[in-house]
Design a protein around this ligand. Structure first.
Ligand code: B3K
Ligand code: ZN
Length: 879
């Protein structure tokens, strides 16, 4: 497989102005007829020296080539496994092609494929080349007209991008519909759907008064689970108008839910295709978490209409241009719809446990990568989540208004273009007279910077100094790093927890300020500070760095109680828990008995008793840092010690706070037994109640088991039912556990998404013997390796969430995962490649586990054939 470099980017030799497609869909194949109006890129070539036209294409059977109405004979063009090459004789010409493909046998779920009985597409990043020969690159933007022809009976609904313009009947029970998309777009945004679908319809009036027809298409049994997605869509449309001034542009906006989908959803112009897990939500079948995910993904894909579609990427190295920006947009939307602080806590928790690990591993890459073998491998936490943090920092530095001026200019200047991350930065700079030259290192340097801070107080001069130093560890291909711009939102607190007005080098900054750290070493001198303060640093996680300041446990307790900033109160409590756990791991490793730090108990006690505090915040504060995060923080992670001490601490906290926890649980359980509500406060109450239940179950008291079983049986919604099931499955009460699992499976057998939860809860349960259970579940009639959601639910949950069993010292977890990767690579390389991640992190563990993991990586590497997807991740992991 060959490596592609950003530095080799060249504009295309030809453009495609018009693309007319006709699809004839049959039960064992499809015919794709395309008619392309091409013209020379005169900025690159003179009309007197026409270069050959090289179209991308894979796994296609080419049936016909017609150049300017002349059919070409074999020999007049060349075909190999990746391309079709021919020599044009004019600068402007028309090319008509017919290809034959077999969507029914497309198990990679890229290009045109079948999900159940329906046809659908997934073209990003390079899937269109599996449909027909084309210039399959995002800087080639074309106007598409698409006609779909299929049997009416099986496929009454025929969809593509844009607006429907004509339809009709053919002989033999076939019918056709034509769609026209007036906006030029790259091929990766093309979509087609054909199926027997039912429709939820609504409308939206835009800010300029246009009425948009909104449609959600699902399989008939899911018709009642679309209201939340529709509501989220309308709120997204309004939000994008209000916050970014962006109005929707077509007359119709469609969402289609499909069961077999490699990722969450896809922003195809006017025809978003979704994994059904990101559309369907009803309280009987979906948890609150699922509701929030649907809201976020619907918003994300909708927002792409501007950040991605109207303004798209010049090449795939620029992926974060649309993804980082759009993730930032959807997270701000969710923050506005729900609790801002809680949303930030969730995002930061996710980033630190997962993206930081990526940044520290063999696949570490910059937000704008310099090279790749397979672009599908670069839809990463770095490009998405870290990319969003980079945009968030720009927002922090420019402020709300300045940022909006910048995005206005960006959309205006680049509407209809395929551009780069530099173009985005340039628009923000130009609109604000700002200079982001140094800031751009966030796009080119990989790795998570460490920001170390020390302080010094001089009572005589009333000066308080903060010494900052930053260093970014080496990553593959980048041994040395330059200092980056690190915006630090901060305040100084006095002994009562009040903010001290900040005076920095003679300037009054107010009670809270954003200071930019730009040097490797930098000192800030605050003046007129009456007493030695406690700093509240990096509020709201204003930069994606690893901050370290020598807080004592008492300092953290103080901040957890008194910091006026909600995020940093949580951060202080979390920091305390991390410190306690790291201490316990050391004690455990030394073979000494564990002891409970009462300060942590007190922090938790005070929030559990605090009826004023948002219940969702309480739930976040009492949640201990995850095993994954503790592994990430460790130099060499001792999985057994981390698992053992974390479980020990959970139980010790449950015992110490038994009375407070059960009192609050009972109040919440009683209050929540009425009618279901999906409002934020009701969700928050459920979240806290269920987190308390999971603690209380650790006391092993019969009474609590009774509560848990009752909650499982009487729950009025899936959130409560599932939480009770999780608690039972992770408990030693075998009889109740097995009864609940059996009852659940029987009741929800017809609901694939609910059964995904059932698989995943069992795969993640940490008792011994988990791997055997997973193996047995693979035999379950509802399990299939062909459905990505099922693979994620069972195999993914085992490898990513059941760390103690996955890392079993006999290597059985590693061998099992490697077998699944090898098996999946034959049918779906993208999904196979994703599963390599846990093995790629071998450097984190002690020598014995390292050896076992490397052995499995080597075994995968020795397979032939191996997809470029898996090859890239495995070879880089072993390098
Ligand atoms: N843009 C798609 C991701 C496509 C992944 C292709 N392997 C979803 C999204 O980010 O909105
Ligand atoms: Zn996206």
């Amino acid at each position: 497989p060959k490596t592609i470099y950003l530095k080799d980017y060249k504009a295309p030799d030809y453009w495609i102005d018009e693309t007319q497609l006709t699809f004839e869909l049959f039960e064992d194949h499809a015919l794709v007829h395309s008619r392309l109006a091409l013209c020379l890129n005169t900025e690159r070539h003179a009309e007197t020296a026409l270069p050959p036209l090289v179209l991308d294409g894979q796994q296609l059977e080419l049936q016909k080539v017609v150049l300017d109405e002349q059919e070409l004979v074999e020999g007049a063009y060349q075909v190999d496994s990746d391309s079709l090459t021919l020599q044009p004789s004019r600068a402007q010409f028309e090319l008509a092609l017919t290809t034959r493909i077999e969507p029914q046998n497309n198990t990679a779920l890229e290009g045109l494929y079948k999900s159940g009985s329906m046809f659908c597409t997934q073209c990003e990043a390079e899937g269109f080349r599996k449909i027909t020969y084309y210039l399959d690159r995002p800087d080639v933007m074309s106007r598409f007209t698409t006609t779909v022809i299929a049997e009416r009976e099986r496929y009454p609904v025929l969809l593509s991008n844009g607006n429907p313009i004509a339809s009709g009947e053919h002989e033999g029970g076939r019918h056709w519909v034509s769609w026209e998309d007036p906006f030029p777009k790259p091929a990766y945004l093309f979509a087609l759907v054909a199926g027997d679908l039912c429709l939820l319809q609504d409308s939206f009036t835009t800010m300029s008064g246009r009425t948009i027809d909104l449609r959600i298409y699902v399989e008939p049994e899911n018709r009642t689970q679309c209201d939340h997605a529709m509501d989220s869509l309308k709120r997204s449309m309004r939000w994008d108008e209000e916050v970014y001034g962006r109005e929707y542009d077509l007359d119709i906006f469609m969402i289609v839910a499909v069961n077999d989908f490699n990722m969450g959803a896809m922003e195809n112009k006017g025809l978003n295709i979704f994994n059904s897990s990101c559309v369907l939500a009803h309280q009987d079948t979906a948890t609150d978490m699922a509701f929030q995910r649907v809201e976020a993904v619907v918003a994300h894909e909708y927002f792409h209409n501007w950040s991605g579609n109207r303004v798209t990427c010049r090449d795939w190295f620029q992926l974060s241009l649309k993804e980082g920006f759009t993730v930032f947009r959807d997270s701000e939307f969710s923050a506005d719809m729900n609790s801002r602080t809680v949303k930030r806590i969730e995002d930061v928790t996710f980033l630190r446990a997962n993206q930081f690990a990526e940044d520290a591993g063999p696949m570490a890459h910059p937000v704008r990568p310099d090279s790749f073998i397979e672009i599908s491998n670069f839809y990463t936490l770095t490009v998405y989540e870290k990319g969003a943090e980079v945009v968030r920092m720009l927002h922090t530095l420019l402020g709300e208004e300045g940022f909006r001026k910048g995005t206005d200019l960006y959309f205006e200047r680049h509407d209809g273009q395929a551009v780069t991350c530099d173009d985005f930065i340039k628009a923000l700079e130009d609109a604000n007279g700002a200079d982001f030259i140094q800031f751009k290192r966030w796009y080119s340097q990989a790795g998570t910077p460490r920001l170390n801070v020390r302080s010094e107080y001089d009572a005589a001069s009333r000066e308080y100094r903060l010494h900052f130093s930053q260093v970014c560890p080496p990553t593959p291909g980048q041994p040395e790093k330059q200092p980056q711009v690190i915006p630090v939102r901060m305040a100084l607190l006095d002994r009562d927890g009040n903010e001290i007005p900040l005076q920095l080098e003679g300037k009054a900054l107010g009670n809270e300020a954003v200071v930019s750290i730009t040097e490797a070493e930098q000192t800030l001198v605050f003046e007129n500070v009456p007493n030695c303060p406690l700093p509240s640093l990096l509020r709201g996680f204003s930069a994606p760095v690893k901050l370290s300041y020598p807080y004592s446990r008492d300092d953290r307790v103080f901040l957890a109680k008194h910091d006026p900033d909600g995020f940093n109160r949580w951060e202080a409590a979390q920091g305390l828990a991390v410190d306690v756990l790291q201490g316990l791991v050391e004690i455990h490793r030394a073979g000494r008995p564990l002891n409970l730090d009462q300060r942590l108990v007190e922090v938790m006690r005070s929030v559990i008793a605090d009826a004023e505090l948002d219940a969702a915040m309480v739930a976040e504060i009492i949640r201990l840092p995850s095993e994954a995060y503790l592994i990430e923080l460790a130099e060499v992670a001792d999985v057994d010690a981390i698992h053992y001490t974390r479980e020990w601490l959970r139980r010790a906290l449950a015992e110490a706070l038994r009375d407070e926890m059960s009192a609050r649980y009972q109040i919440l359980a009683a209050a929540g037994s009425g009618a279901f509500s999906a409002k934020a406060d009701a969700m928050a109450a459920r979240s806290l109640k269920n987190s308390l239940l999971s603690y209380l179950m650790l006391t092993g008291e019969q009474q609590v088991v009774g509560w848990c079983v009752r909650q499982f049986v009487e729950a009025t919604n899936m959130t409560d039912r599932q939480a009770a099931l999780v608690a039972l499955v992770n408990s030693p009460f075998e009889q109740q556990r097995e009864a609940a699992l059996a009852e659940f499976a029987e009741r929800w057998a017809e609901y694939p998404l609910v059964m995904d939860q059932w698989f995943s809860i069992q795969a993640a349960a940490s008792q011994p013997g988990a791997l055997d259970r997973v193996r047995k579940l693979m035999e379950h009639p509802l399990f299939t390796m062909r459905n990505p959601n099922k693979v994620r639910a069972l195999i993914g949950a085992f490898a990513n969430q059941n760390l103690i069993n996955f890392h079993a010292l006999d290597g059985s977890g590693y061998a099992f995962l490697a077998d699944r990767i090898i098996e999946l690579d034959r049918s779906n390389p993208q999904i196979a490649s994703r599963l390599v991640t846990p093995l790629s992190r071998w450097r984190k563990f002690e020598p014995k586990r390292q050896e076992l993991m490397k052995t499995e990586l080597a075994r995968i590497m020795a397979q032939s054939p191996l997809s470029p997807d898996v090859y890239e991740v495995v070879s880089k992991s072993l390098a």
